[in-house]
Design a protein around this ligand. Structure first.
Ligand code: HEM
Length: 438
């Protein structure tokens, strides 16, 4: 492919804006490190596993999160686990990691099965529904209960609307080169602030209730409250709230997108669905799945891996070089943003023949072990690997295993759902599915 030309200084920002996914795909074969520029800021696109490994593992201290991401996300979740770097990040990560300990994931699993069963109760044969909002409500319930031990189902609508408004505003901040100052009372800013107040009110309520119960527990909220009561470097109330929001936002929409598109892919690939259903019938024989069953459901795992390959909810990542560096023979000046896209990496025909085809079988026989480290990276990698990866993989598999034993879903004919590369990838328009009992 041709190397990016673009206007001097202005560069490729507009080309990117028109079609972000196509932008990364277009330059995927143009070298390990491709130099572009977005209105003054040098942005280097990374196309190889080695280049990404350099940033996320070998020289990761030199690469904090960049200003684009920070501007968008700090407005929502402050300077916490997702946005911080160095020692601050390390302390927070250590504080929260035990909430994702293997034993606790078993509890996450049973919450997911319970939520899937409740959701199934309201399905009626032949009554179409839009999978995305349905899965958003389901994963909100799972995230709230696993992280905070709270039942937020009565407030799901209010929360969903507030999160939507907040993410829209974060996207606007991400896309806008020179955002207006936060104190300016524009209609957009007022909507954002009202939505933030609504989110804060819900989280404060959950925290307050737990405090009254004694504030203990080994879930995330229990750990944070314990840290607050400890004598190390206690979190302020605002920091505690920000961390709760970070995890809720990071865990809810991504998992919902993965579930929505997995259901759609299975609806449109009857052979894959039949193979999965055979596996479920043999291993479970109609009973509810548990975490202990997951190792006996390899095809279910392959389905999820393949779905996250084709539709990675985190479709792109970026960092900024703090000091001058060198990568694959290319000089990377301090201040350069480096970016890569799972959407493009996961469509590399060299690693994934017929990359657009949904073929769960390609993951049999240990493909993942044979791939270069970052050829497939739906959860990022290095020490900042998604903290919720284990939980998400478990929840997605258990929800699919619960739901597919009871229903088949018909999807509409026609092209695949259009996806929007917002802060996370999300379906644009609806993903209508029609249930049929099996
Ligand atoms: C980080 C993807 C589910 C919480 C990340 C990153 C990716 C990712 C790619 C790395 C971002 C970066 O380094 O720039 C996903 C996907 C999910 C998912 C695809 C579902 C399919 C979850 C869940 C939770 C969660 C369920 C929490 C319950 C987080 C947090 C971070 C993170 C807190 C920041 C970790 C750190 O920087 O130390 N996620 N995630 N994610 N994720 Fe997830």
């Amino acid at each position: 492919p041709a190397l990016p030309s673009g206007l001097p200084w202005v560069g490729q920002g507009l080309e990117y804006r028109r079609d972000p996914l196509g932008f990364f795909l277009r330059y995927a074969g143009a070298g390990a490190v491709v130099r572009t520029r977005f209105v003054g800021t040098p942005i280097y696109l990374l196309n190889t596993s080695d280049a990404i490994e350099h940033v996320l593992v070998k020289n990761f201290r030199n690469y904090p999160k960049d200003a684009f991401q920070k501007r968008a996300l700090e407005a929502v979740v402050g300077q916490g686990l997702f946005t911080s770097h160095g020692d601050v990040w390390m302390r927070r990560r250590r504080m929260m990691q035990p909430a994702f300990h293997k034993q606790l994931l078993t509890a996450h699993g049973s919450v997911a099965v319970k939520a899937a069963n409740t959701w199934l109760e309201s399905r009626r044969e032949g009554a179409s529904f839009d999978a995305y909002p349905e899965m958003m409500a389901l994963t909100l319930e799972v995230v709230a209960e696993t992280l905070f031990g709270a039942d937020l189902s009565a407030r799901a609508r209010e929360l969903g609307r507030a999160m939507e408004a907040v993410m829209l505003h974060a996207q606007f901040l991400f896309d806008t080169p020179l955002p207006l100052p936060a104190w300016l009372p524009t209609p957009g800013q007022r909507r954002f602030q009202a939505a933030m107040r609504a989110l804060h009110a819900v989280v404060d309520d959950v925290v307050e209730r737990r405090r009254r119960q004694g504030g203990t527990g080994d879930d995330l909220l229990g750990l944070l409250l314990e840290a607050q009561a400890g004598d190390g470097e206690p979190l302020t109330d605002a920091q505690l709230r920000d961390e709760c929001l970070t995890l809720m936002i990071a865990g809810h929409e991504t998992t919902a997108v993965a579930l929505t598109l997995s259901l759609w892919l299975l609806a449109r690939h009857p052979e894959a669905e039949a193979t999965l259903r055979r596996e479920l019938a043999t291993v479970l024989g109609g009973r509810e799945p548990t975490v202990a069953d997951l190792p006996s459901l390899p095809y279910c795992e392959q389905v999820v891996k393949e779905s996250l390959r084709l539709y990675p909810p985190a479709w792109g990542m970026s960092r900024v070089a703090e000091e001058d560096d060198r990568m694959d023979g290319v000089h990377v000046p301090a201040g350069t943003v480096v970016a890569w896209s799972q959407w493009a990496l996961h469509r590399d025909a060299h690693h994934f023949p017929e990359p657009e085809a949904f073929r769960p079988e390609r993951w049999a026989d240990g493909l993942e072990r044979r791939l270069p480290r970052f050829a497939y990276c739906p959860f990022g990698g290095g020490s900042r690997l998604c903290i919720g990866a284990g939980s998400a993989l478990m929840v997605i598999r258990l929800v699919l295993a619960t739901v597919l034993q009871r229903f088949h879903f018909d999807a509409e004919p026609g092209p695949a759902p259009e996806v929007l590369p917002a802060i996370t990838l999300r379906p644009k328009g609806g993903v209508p599915l029609t249930p049929r009992k099996v």
